[in-house]
Design a protein around this ligand. Structure first.
Ligand code: FAD
Length: 509
C-alpha cells in the first residue's frame, strides 16, 4: 500500500489530522506551478508569500519525518499544471491510493474531481479541517430565501459554537452587535501600533519566480518581506495584534488615513486563507482577551463578527452560486479599468492612497477596498468581471471563494442584492467624514459640478438616476430617491452632463 496525498498552496494547515504522525506509506505532493501564478495577473508579494510559505511547510513536514515530493517552479520535471504533474506522480511513487483536500476554489475543485474520476486507483477528497462550516451550511440556513442576511447567519454561528455567549444562552453584554460604537474617524490618537512583523529576505526566491517567466505587478519587497511564513510567525502576529491593536479595532474599524495603512487591523487574512492559522485559534484568543478584561466587548465582537460571521458566510455564498457567479452583471457595466488601477496615478487623493497602499503592500483594509476603490468602480460603471480579476490579483489574501462574493456581491451589487441590502456607494461626504483623504485633494469635496468637483459627487447622483428602475423600489434608498425627486431639472441635467463627461475620460482623473 502506498498513498499519495496532494497539498495545495492554500492548504498549509499544520493542525490537519494528516500530519498527526509520520507514515512510511504516505508521500505528500506539493507543487509550485505556472497554472497558479498565471490564472490572473498577480501582485509580486502574493506569489512570493505563497511559495515561501509552501517551502517552509514542506521543510517542517520533512523535519517531522514526513515524506514530501516538492516540485519547485524551476524544477526540470515540473509540468507546470496540477493535473500535468499528477499524471506521473502516482506511478512514480507506486501509489495505490490518491487523496486530496477539498479545494476552496471552484476552478481547482473541478480540475481535481475530473482528474480523480479518471484515475485507475481509488481516490478520496478529504476535509481541510479549517473552517467552522461546510460548503453548503449557509445554503441550508437560508434555504428558499431571496436575501441572505449575514446577521442571521452570524447569530447562528455564535450560538452553535458558543462564542461570546453567556451561560444562559444570551449574547455577551446582552447585545449581538456593537456596530454603532464602531464608526469613528481617526485623528492620529492613539497612533497605529508599530509594524513589528518579522522580516525575511526572499530575494533568491523572487529571482527564481521572475526567471520562470511568471508575470506580476506591484512592489515585491523581496529583501524585507513582511508576511508570515508559518503558524509560529502568524501566532506571534496574532499576539501582537491582540495586545496593541485589538483594543482600538472596534472604534476605528471604518477609519481611513493617508498616514496609516494598517491602522488597527490584524493583517491576518493571508495567514488564515492559506490555513497556516486556524480561525478557531484567532476567535478563541480574541474572546479570551475580552473575558480577561484586556479589550472592550465592542472590539472583540466587531472582530469576531468578521471571522465567524463574514468569512464563513461569503464562503457559503460562493459555493451556493458557483459556477456562473463570476459573470453576473446586474447593472450591465462594461467600462474597462482605467490605467491608474495599475500604478495609482490619479488626482483623486483617496483612490491614489488606497491603490498606492495596495501596490506597495499587496494589502489595503476593508473600507479602502469597499468605500474608496469599489465605490468608485460601481459609480463609474466599471466591468465587475475585470474588477474581480484585479482584486483577485492584487491582494495577498485574495482567493476566489472570499474575494468574489466580496467584490461582485458586496461591493458591486452585481448579483442584484443577495448579500447587500443596498449598493455600498457614497459621495465625497462619507469619505471625508471617515478619512483625511479630502484635505489637500486636487478636487473639491463639496462641489458637484465644475472641473474641480469631486468625481464621486456627480457620479453618485447619476448612478441612482440611471438605475431608478432597479433601485427606486428599495426601501433603504427612500431618502436618496426623495432627494432626487426634489432636485430641480436644471441641477439634475448638470449632474448628468458632468457624470457623462467623467465617464468618458476616467483614465485622466
Ligand atoms: P481585519 O480587519 O483585521 O479583519 C479580521 C479578519 O476578518 C480578516 O483577516 C478576514 O479573515 C476576516 N474578514 C473581514 N472582513 C471580511 C469580509 N468582508 N469577508 C470575509 N472575511 C472578512 N478578504 C479576504 O480575505 N480575501 C479577499 O480576497 C478579499 N477581497 C475583498 C474584496 C473587496 C472588494 C472587499 C470589500 C473586501 C474583501 N475582503 C477580502 C475582506 C476584507 O477586506 C479583508 O479580509 C481584510 O481587509 C483583511 O485584512 P485584515 O486581516 O487586516 O482584516
Amino acid at each position: 500500500k502506498m498513498r499519495l496525498r496532494l497539498i495545495l498552496g492554500d492548504q498549509l494547515n499544520p493542525l490537519h489530522s494528516w500530519f498527526s504522525r509520520p507514515q512510511d506509506d504516505v508521500v505528500y505532493a506539493m507543487m509550485e506551478v505556472r497554472q497558479e501564478t498565471d490564472y490572473v495577473l498577480h501582485h509580486a508579494q502574493k506569489i512570493i508569500a505563497i511559495f515561501a510559505a509552501m517551502r517552509d511547510f514542506a521543510r517542517q513536514l520533512r523535519a517531522a519525518g514526513h515524506r514530501v515530493h516538492y516540485l519547485a517552479i524551476d524544477d526540470a520535471d515540473n509540468r507546470q499544471t496540477v493535473p500535468g504533474n499528477l499524471d506521473y506522480l502516482p506511478a512514480h511513487h507506486g501509489a495505490t491510493e490518491f487523496a486530496w483536500q477539498a479545494p476552496d476554489e471552484w476552478r481547482l475543485d473541478q480540475q481535481l474531481s475530473a482528474y480523480a474520476a479518471a484515475l485507475p486507483i481509488p481516490s478520496a477528497m478529504e476535509d481541510t479541517e479549517h473552517f467552522y462550516t461546510n460548503r453548503d451550511d449557509a445554503a441550508q440556513i437560508f434555504a428558499g430565501r431571496e436575501h441572505w442576511l449575514m446577521e442571521q447567519f452570524y447569530r447562528r454561528m455564535r450560538t452553535r459554537h458558543r462564542v461570546l455567549m453567556s451561560d444562559t444562552g444570551k449574547p455577551a453584554g446582552g447585545q449581538w452587535n456593537f456596530d454603532h460604537d464602531n464608526r469613528e474617524a481617526w485623528n492620529g490618537i492613539p497612533w497605529e501600533p508599530a509594524d513589528l512583523r518579522g522580516r525575511h529576505d526572499h530575494s533568491a526566491l523572487w529571482q527564481t519566480i521572475q526567471a520562470s517567466g511568471a508575470n506580476s505587478f506591484g512592489e515585491p519587497d523581496a529583501a524585507q518581506f513582511a508576511w508570515p511564513l508559518n503558524q509560529q510567525e502568524a501566532l506571534q502576529q496574532l499576539e501582537r495584534f491582540v495586545e496593541h491593536a485589538l483594543p482600538h479595532f472596534g472604534r476605528f474599524q471604518d477609519a481611513m488615513s493617508v498616514k496609516a495603512w494598517r491602522l488597527f487591523h490584524s493583517l491576518l487574512s493571508f495567514a488564515m486563507n492559506v490555513k497556516m492559522l486556524s480561525p478557531r485559534t484567532v476567535v478563541e484568543r480574541v474572546e479570551a482577551a475580552y473575558r480577561d478584561g484586556a479589550v472592550p466587548l465592542a472590539s472583540a465582537e466587531g472582530y469576531i463578527r468578521q471571522i465567524l460571521g463574514w468569512r464563513e458566510y461569503v464562503r457559503g455564498v460562493y459555493w451556493h452560486r458557483m459556477p456562473g457567479y463570476d459573470r453576473l452583471n446586474a447593472f450591465d457595466h462594461h467600462a474597462p479599468l482605467p490605467s491608474w488601477f495599475w500604478d495609482g496615478q490619479t488626482r483623486m487623493r483617496c483612490v491614489a492612497a488606497a491603490i498606492g497602499q495596495s501596490l506597495q503592500h499587496a494589502h489595503s483594509h476593508h473600507i479602502n477596498r469597499l468605500m474608496v476603490i469599489g465605490n468608485f468602480a460601481l459609480l463609474a460603471g466599471l466591468s465587475p468581471h475585470e474588477l474581480h480579476q484585479w482584486y483577485l490579483g492584487i491582494y495577498i489574501d485574495a482567493f476566489e471563494w472570499v474575494e468574489l462574493p466580496n467584490t461582485l456581491g458586496m461591493s458591486q451589487f452585481a448579483d442584484g442584492g443577495l448579500l447587500a441590502t443596498k449598493p455600498y456607494v457614497s459621495s465625497a461626504a462619507y469619505i471625508d467624514r471617515m478619512s483625511d483623504y479630502c484635505k489637500g485633494c486636487h478636487y473639491d469635496k463639496k462641489a458637484r459640478t465644475g472641473e474641480r468637483a469631486c468625481p464621486y459627487n456627480a457620479l453618485y447622483w447619476d448612478f441612482f438616476d440611471r438605475n431608478r428602475d432597479q433601485l427606486a423600489g428599495n426601501q433603504r434608498l427612500g431618502m436618496v430617491y426623495q432627494q432626487l425627486r426634489r432636485m430641480d431639472e436644471g441641477a439634475l441635467a448638470a449632474l448628468r452632463e458632468r457624470a457623462a463627461d467623467l465617464r468618458g475620460r476616467l483614465a485622466e482623473l
